[in-house]
Design a protein around this ligand. Structure first.
Ligand code: PGA
Length: 248
C-alpha cells in the first residue's frame, strides 16, 4: 500500500500584513517540524512573493485561488503561471468561501483544477457539505458530486490533495468529531477506489479542515483515513506548529 505522508496546509485567508506575517514566518522557520510531514502555507496573492522569499524552503507556499486560463482581460484575477512565477507550488481550489461567499460553481472549480494541473501547480481541492445538507442526510451525495467534478478534471492525482471541510465546521469553533471525519474520509477513499483506481485511493492524501486546533489535532490525526489538515484560524498562531507535529 502506498505511503501517504502527512500533509498540513495553513490557510491564512485574507489576514495579516508584512509585519505580522514576518513574525509568523520566523516562528515557522525556526520551529522543529516533523520531517515526514509536508507543510504548505496559503498566502494572500499579494503576499505570495513575500511569503516564498521569507519562508524556509522546507515549507511550501500555496495561492488561495486562481483563474482558469493563462492570461488575458480578466481584471483582478491571477493565473497559475503567475503563482509559479512567484515561486509558489500549490493552489487551494474550491474552498467553501469561494463556493459560498463568491458563488463559484462546481463547473468553474473543475476548470480551475484542470488548468492549474496543466500549468504544473499542485492542487489542494476542497469539498464539504453545508449544515442543512448534513442534517438532511445528504453529506455523501454532496461530497461525491463535488469530488466527481474535480476528478473529471484531474490529469495527475500525484499532484492533488483532497480537503474535506464540512462548511459548518469552518471558522465556527465546531469541529467534526474524529469519528465524523473518519467516516467521510473512508467513504471518499472508497469512492476513489470505485471511480478512479486502487492506486489513487491508496495514495491520495485526504485532509480534514474545520476548526482544527492544537487541542483536537492529535485525535483527528490518529484516524486511519485522516492524512493531514487544512487549518485556517490556528495557522496564524504559534499553535500551528503543534498541529504540524500532530503525528510526530
Ligand atoms: P478554520 O478554517 O480552521 O478557521 O475553521 C479552515 C479552512 O477554511 O480551511
Amino acid at each position: 500500500m502506498a505511503q501517504r505522508n502527512f500533509f498540513v496546509g495553513g490557510n491564512w485567508k485574507m489576514n495579516g500584513n508584512k509585519e505580522s506575517l514576518e513574525e509568523l514566518i520566523s516562528t515557522l522557520n525556526t520551529a522543529s517540524l516533523h520531517d515526514q510531514t509536508e507543510v504548505v502555507c496559503g498566502a494572500p496573492s499579494i503576499y505570495l512573493d513575500f511569503a516564498r522569499c521569507m519562508l524556509d524552503l522546507r515549507i511550501g507556499v500555496a495561492a488561495q485561488n486562481c483563474y482558469n486560463v493563462a492570461k488575458g482581460a480578466f481584471t483582478g484575477e491571477i493565473s497559475p503561471a503567475m503563482i509559479k512565477d512567484c515561486g509558489a507550488e500549490w493552489v487551494i481550489l474550491g474552498h467553501s468561501e469561494r463556493r459560498h461567499v463568491f458563488g463559484e460553481s462546481d463547473e468553474l472549480i473543475g476548470q480551475k483544477v484542470a488548468h492549474a494541473l496543466e500549468s504544473d501547480l499542485s492542487v489542494i481541492a476542497c469539498i464539504g457539505e453545508k449544515l442543512e445538507e448534513r442534517e438532511a442526510g445528504t453529506t455523501e451525495e454532496v461530497v461525491y458530486a463535488q469530488t466527481q467534478v474535480i476528478s473529471e478534471n484531474v490529469s495527475d492525482w500525484g499532484k492533488v490533495v483532497l480537503a474535506y471541510e464540512p462548511v459548518w465546521a469552518i471558522g465556527t469553533g465546531k469541529t467534526a468529531s474524529p469519528q465524523q471525519a473518519q467516516e467521510v474520509h473512508e467513504k471518499l477513499r472508497a469512492w476513489l477506489r470505485s471511480n478512479v483506481s486502487d492506486d489513487v485511493a491508496d495514495s491520495v492524501r485526504i485532509i480534514y479542515g474545520g476548526s482544527v486546533t492544537a487541542g483536537n489535532c492529535r485525535e483527528l490525526a490518529s484516524q486511519n483515513d485522516v492524512d493531514g489538515f487544512l487549518v485556517g484560524g490556528a495557522s496564524l498562531k504559534p499553535e500551528f506548529i503543534e498541529i504540524i507535529n500532530a503525528r510526530a
